[in-house]
Design a protein around this ligand. Structure first.
Ligand code: PRX
Length: 637
C-alpha cells in the first residue's frame, strides 16, 4: 500500500486514499489510527457483519478519548486556546480555556462526579444551556468512563423523563436556567418536573448560570460551584476504556413514536470525528472553528467537542441565537474571535438571508477561510448567498451530509481540495461506499440515478446499537436492504458521481435542521382529550426547510378552532418541546384511509404542499369523498 498523508491535500490524494480505504481497509485504518494516543494498540482493525449487526473497530485497543482531546495538547501546547465561549448577551465577558485549563477543569468536574458516586458505565443525563460547563461535564463523563446522554435544552420534562428512563440514568447535570436570546429558560424546574415521572435518578448537579431563584432538593441536588470547591484540583488519570466501550448515547427521532438511543463507542468515534474534521474543513493548526450547533445534537458532539478538540483546534462555543441582539451576530462573532472555519445550518443561512445586506455593514470577515453547511439539504440560492456574503464569493463551502447514527461526516467535498457543486454533498469520504437502491433493493448503478441511500461497509464512527434494544437497531437500519446500512434518505448520483441528498424517505421530518418523527408529534396531539385522531406530514417551508402540518379530527365542536389549536400547540410543547409545534393545524372530519385502515400520507403531503392536482388516484380509499372535503378546508386555511 502506498504511503499517503493523514490530511488529504489534492484531488489525486483523495482518489488514492479513497481507493486504498476500500481495497485495504485494515491497513488504511490502522495507518490512520497511528495518529492517536493509545494505552494498548488493537489486535484486529475490523470485525463485522450487518446481519446482527455486529461492528467492532480496533478490537483489543485501550484508550481514553479525553487524553486525545486534552492531555496530549496540554502537554505540547498548554497555552493554546481549546474553548472560547461567547455568551448570549454580547456585553457579558467572554470566557477562554487553554488546553491546560480545560484539562484541569474536566478533571475537577470528573472528581465531583466520582464523589457523587458516578462509576464507569453509569449513564449521566446532561440537560444544560450552551455554557463551557456543558463541554466540561460531557468530557468529565468521558474521563471516568461514564456514558453521557446529552439532551437538547429545548426538550420538555416528558422527553427528559423518557430518556432518563430508557437509559436508566442515575445522575443528571443541569443549569438553574439558560439564556436564549431575550429569554431565560428554567432548565432546573423542567428537570424537577421530569424527575417526578421517573425514579432512577439519585443525584442532580446544578450549574448556576443566571443566579435567579431556583428550588433545590437538599437530599438530591448539589450546586456545581460548591461541589467543585470541595474536590482536589490535582490531576486525575483517565479511566482506561476498551475500544468498543460505550462513549455516549444520543437520542434521536425515527419513524416510530419513541426516540431511540443511538450508541457510539470510544475508539471508532474518536478516529472518525478527528479524521473527518481535519479533512473536510482542511483544519490547520491554530485555527479557530465556530460550529453554531448546540452540543445537545450530534453536530455539537462531533464538531464542537470531540473532532476539533482531538485535533487541537480552538473551538468556539456560542450560547445565543443568530438573531440576538441582531441578525449580524454571527458576523460579529467571526470578527471578534477571528474565526477561520464557520459551520452552520441551512435554516440559519436562510433566516439570515431575509435580513438583507445590512447586518454585514462594518464587518470585515477577513479571518474566514472555510464555510460549512450541515443538517438538511441546502438549496442553491442559500448556498450562493452563503458563499457570496460570508465567503466574499471565493471561500470554499462544504456541504456535509451525515446523521446522528453516522457519528461524523460521510459525504462532503473537502474544502478547496475536491470540487464543490451547489446543493450537492458531492463525494464520499474514504471508507464510505454509498449505494443507491430502488424500493425492491435493486442496486442502481452508474450516473444519473435516484434511489434510497445505503452504505455498503462499516466505517469507524457508525452507531453500534440502539440503547437497550439491539433488535430495534437491526430492524431500523439493517433489515430494509440485505447487507446494507439504510440511511432513510433519498439521494441522486449525477454524471460525475456526485451525490445530492434529497431528503428523508421515511416518516421523519427535518424542521430547522432538527429531526422530528411524525409519529411522535401525532402521539403528542392525540394525548389531548378532545382529539380523536391526527396525521402529521411535512411541507416545504422557506426558512425551516420543512414545516409541520397536522390534520386533526376533533371530538366535539364545543370549542372554537382557535382555542383547540392553542391547546394542541401547548400539548406538543409539553410532551416533546416547542421545536415540534405544528406550523399549521387543519381540523378535518376524516382522514384518507385505505380499506385496511392505513392513512394515505402521500395524499396528505400533496395537500399540505398545495399540489391538489397531483393527488392521483383516490379510488382505492375507503371514502374518497374525504379528500375533496380536506382540500376545500385546506384552501381556506
Ligand atoms: O436527512 C438528512 C439530513 O439530516 C438527517 C440527519 O439528521 P440528524 O441525525 O439530526 O443529524 C443532523 C446533523 C448531521 C439526514 O438523514 N441531513 C444532514 N445533513 C445533510 C442532510 N440533508 C442534506 N444535506 C446535508 N448536508
Amino acid at each position: 500500500m502506498k504511503h499517503y498523508p493523514y490530511q488529504i491535500g489534492t484531488m489525486a490524494e483523495y482518489q488514492t486514499a479513497y481507493a486504498e480505504s476500500l481495497n485495504y481497509p485494515d491497513q488504511f485504518w490502522s495507518g490512520i489510527a497511528e495518529n492517536f494516543v493509545w494505552h494498548r494498540k488493537w489486535d484486529k482493525v475490523l470485525d463485522w457483519n450487518f446481519k446482527e449487526p455486529a461492528i467492532r473497530w480496533f478490537e483489543g485497543a485501550q484508550l481514553n478519548i479525553t487524553e486525545n482531546c486534552l492531555d496530549r495538547h496540554a502537554a505540547t501546547a498548554p497555552d493554546r486556546l481549546a474553548l472560547v465561549w461567547e455568551p448570549n448577551h454580547p456585553q457579558e465577558a467572554v470566557r477562554r480555556y487553554t488546553y491546560a485549563e480545560l484539562l484541569q477543569a474536566v478533571n475537577q468536574c470528573a472528581r465531583v462526579l466520582l464523589a457523587m458516586g458516578v462509576q464507569k458505565g453509569d449513564r449521566v443525563c446532561i440537560y444544560m444551556g450552551m455554557v463551557p460547563e456543558l463541554a466540561i461535564a460531557t468530557l468529565a463523563c468521558a474521563r471516568i468512563g461514564a456514558i453521557h446522554s446529552v439532551i437538547f435544552g429545548g426538550f420538555s420534562a416528558q422527553s427528559i423523563a423518557d430518556r432518563v428512563e430508557d437509559a436508566q440514568a442515575s445522575f443528571v447535570i443541569t443549569c438553574d436556567r439558560a439564556y436564549r436570546g431575550n429569554k431565560s429558560i428554567p432548565l432546573k424546574a423542567v428537570v424537577d418536573e421530569a424527575l417526578l415521572k421517573t425514579e432512577s435518578v439519585k443525584k442532580v448537579l446544578v450549574y448556576q448560570r443566571t443566579g435567579e431563584a431556583c428550588a433545590m432538593d437538599a437530599s438530591r441536588d448539589l450546586w456545581w460551584h460548591e461541589a467543585m470547591e470541595r474536590v482536589s484540583t490535582d490531576f486525575l488519570p483517565a479511566t482506561v476504556m476498551d475500544a468498543e466501550d460505550m462513549l455516549f448515547i444520543l437520542y434521536t427521532s425515527g419513524s416510530t413514536g419513541k426516540p431511540k438511543g443511538v450508541v457510539h463507542t470510544c475508539a471508532g468515534y474518536m478516529v472518525w470525528t478527528n479524521y473527518t474534521f481535519v479533512n473536510v474543513f482542511q483544519y490547520r493548526p491554530g485555527q479557530v472553528h465556530f460550529c453554531t450547533a448546540d452540543i445537545g445534537w450530534i453536530t455539537g458532539h462531533s464538531y464542537i467537542l470531540y473532532g476539533p478538540l482531538s485535533a487541537g483546534a480552538t473551538s468556539l462555543l456560542f450560547e445565543g441565537i443568530p438573531t440576538y441582539p441582531d441578525a449580524g451576530r454571527f458576523w460579529d462573532i467571526c470578527d471578534k474571535h477571528s474565526v477561520n472555519i464557520l459551520y452552520t445550518a441551512p435554516t440559519a443561512i436562510r433566516s439570515l438571508m431575509s435580513f438583507g445586506d445590512g447586518p454585514f455593514e462594518g464587518k470585515s470577515l477577513n479571518s474566514l477561510e472555510v464555510l460549512g453547511s450541515v443538517g438538511e439539504p441546502i438549496n442553491e440560492e442559500a448556498w450562493h448567498w452563503y458563499q457570496d456574503k460570508a465567503g466574499k464569493g471565493t471561500l470554499p463551502v462544504v456541504d456535509t451530509w451525515w446523521q446522528t447514527e453516522t457519528g461524523g461526516i460521510l459525504i462532503s467535498n473537502l474544502a478547496g481540495v475536491t470540487p464543490a457543486k451547489p446543493s450537492f454533498a458531492t463525494l464520499p469520504l474514504p471508507g464510505i461506499e454509498p449505494v443507491l437502491v430502488d424500493e425492491q433493493g435493486n442496486r442502481l448503478e452508474g450516473p444519473n440515478v435516484s434511489g434510497n441511500l445505503c452504505i455498503a461497509k462499516p466505517w469507524p464512527g457508525m452507531l453500534r446499537t440502539t440503547y437497550g434494544d439491539h433488535e430495534r437497531c437491526r430492524t431500523n437500519y439493517f433489515s430494509a436492504y440485505k447487507d446494507l446500512y439504510f440511511t432513510g434518505d433519498g439521494c441522486l448520483r449525477d454524471e460525475n458521481g456526485f451525490y445530492r441528498i434529497t431528503g428523508r424517505v421515511d416518516d421523519v421530518l427535518n424542521v430547522s435542521g432538527h429531526r422530528i418523527g411524525t409519529a411522535e408529534v401525532e402521539n403528542a396531539i392525540n394525548l389531548h382529550h378532545e382529539v380523536v385522531e391526527s396525521a402529521v406530514v411535512g411541507y416545504p417551508h422557506d426558512i425551516k426547510g420543512q414545516g409541520i402540518f397536522a390534520y386533526v379530527i376533533a371530538s366535539s365542536d364545543i370549542k372554537t378552532d382557535d382555542v383547540l389549536r392553542q391547546h394542541i400547540l401547548n400539548a406538543v410543547t409539553k410532551t416533546i418541546g416547542a421545536i415540534a409545534k405544528p406550523d399549521k393545524i387543519l381540523f378535518v372530519k376524516g382522514l384518507p384511509k385505505t380499506r385496511s385502515g392505513k392513512i394515505m400520507r402521500r395524499i396528505l403531503r400533496k395537500i399540505a404542499e398545495g399540489e391538489y392536482a397531483a393527488i392521483g388516484d383516490t379510488t382505492t380509499l375507503l371514502d374518497p369523498a374525504v379528500v375533496e372535503e380536506i382540500i376545500q378546508s385546506a384552501k381556506v386555511l
